[in-house]
Design a protein around this ligand. Structure first.
Ligand code: PMP
Length: 394
């Protein structure tokens, strides 16, 4: 029997996905201007970016990036442990540790890599890793790649989480959860999870990619908002590519955690450090996210305006008070058609379909930002009203 050709098989799989109308679509954005994007020659008002505070194009961030590029160049030149760790990285790590109330912070080039690095450094083969079923793919993948025994509990189900943690009392155990769930926008029951981990001797890790900058006093995130500290959540991860408007990620915690990650996290050790100018821009973003609380206030005002309007229209809102405000349409084709109809009206809202979300859970993932204005939200509501989504089966 000749071996099957790998690329031919991949092409068949791609065609199958396309036939099922589940293919992922890549769009090139030619230009951005606040919440506006130019795509396929058309100007669209976007409700799908994670730039929740409207910092991604802020002149101060751009100036910080340019200034640092003038002195530090573009690429870092190597991994942190070789000669890529620049003073811009070190200064950003200090600012992030201070903001999150942790002893230290460690930068990673992406959130995906940060979560993999943590899992692989902390967990040994066969050890228990308990996770919410709706955690981001990189937490789930990270546990699997680490060879951990991965147990997933139904979304937010603290009793199920407790049962899974009690499967074995032998060996270490990590419980990992998103702080704010990326496709649903709701917040994990962090206080209950912290109490559970405390009583079961497990370590709690929170991925606050969508909470940092948005929730809590001075935007320190979902963990701070829940009144939890380093003792309750020893492993805190968050990204720089969402509310902070940059790119990259960090893990914050004790000096022992950070020193251990530097030694053992392969996704930290064996990859090029992020450009130092990007670290300088992110440092500027941290200062702005902390001090300009009007951005959070404006965002919250827009969230409430959207939810009020959507409720009046009978739209299938989900229980979220964050910038992520999905409309649960369930049927993948219906979600795709709704997204296309919105685009025809000049709005960019993406349809999220399986396998990114569970079967029959397709949705429009609407995200709001401090870069939006009330009139933008009203325009979105008007367009949604014209689609008659309220008639969707729930
Ligand atoms: N965690 C969560 C909850 C996310 O939503 C994402 C990205 N969407 C990541 C981690 C990965 O972060 P990055 O994009 O920096 O790789």
């Amino acid at each position: 029997m000749p071996r099957p050709d790998l690329l031919e098989r991949l092409a068949v799989q791609t065609a199958e996905r396309s036939q099922a109308q589940l293919q992922r679509r890549l769009r090139t954005i030619a230009h951005t201007d606040g919440p506006w994007v130019e795509s396929n020659g058309r100007r669209l008002l976007a409700f799908c970016s994670n730039d929740y505070l409207g910092l991604a194009q802020h002149p101060s961030l751009i100036a910080a990036l340019k200034k640092a590029a003038d002195t530090s160049g573009v690429g870092s030149g190597s991994a942190h442990l070789i000669c890529g760790h620049r003073r811009e990285h070190a200064a950003l790590e200090e600012a992030l540790a201070e903001w999150t109330g942790r002893e230290r912070a460690l930068l990673f080039s992406t959130g995906y890599m940060a979560n993999h690095g943590v899992m692989q450094a902390l967990l040994q083969r066969g050890e228990l890793c308990v996770q919410d079923k709706l955690n981001h793919a990189c937490l789930l993948d990270g546990a699997q790649l680490a060879g951990a025994t991965l147990k997933r509990y139904p979304h937010g189900d603290i009793d199920a989480a407790a049962r899974q943690l009690r499967i074995t009392t032998e060996g270490c155990a990590l419980l990992a959860t998103d702080g704010v769930f990326s496709m649903d926008g709701d917040i994990a029951p962090l206080r209950d999870l912290a109490a559970l981990c405390d009583s079961e001797g497990a370590t709690l890790m929170v991925d606050d990619a969508h909470g940092l900058g948005v929730l809590g006093n001075d935007g320190a995130g979902s963990v701070a908002e829940a009144g939890l500290g380093e003792r309750d959540v020893p492993v805190l991860m968050a990204t720089l590519g969402k509310a902070l408007g940059c790119s990259g990620a960090f893990v914050a915690g004790s000096a022992a955690l950070v020193d251990g990650l530097i030694q053992f996290a392969r996704t930290y050790i064996y990859t090029t450090a992020m450009p130092p100018a990007l670290a300088a821009a992110a440092h500027c973003a941290v200062a702005m996210a902390r001090s300009e609380s009007w951005r959070r206030e404006k965002l919250n005002h827009l969230i409430q305006r959207f939810r009020r309007g959507a409720t009046e229209l009978g739209l299938p809102l989900m229980p979220s008070r964050t910038a992520i405000q999905p409309l649960l349409l369930r049927d993948a084709q219906r979600a795709l058609e709704a997204s296309q109809a919105l685009e025809a009206q000049g709005l960019l809202v993406v349809a999220i379909r399986p396998p990114t979300v569970p079967q029959d859970q397709a949705r429009l993932r609407i995200t709001l930002s401090a870069a939006h204005e009330e009139a933008h939200v009203d325009r979105l509501l008007e367009a949604l009203a014209s689609l008659r989504l309220a008639d969707a089966p729930v």
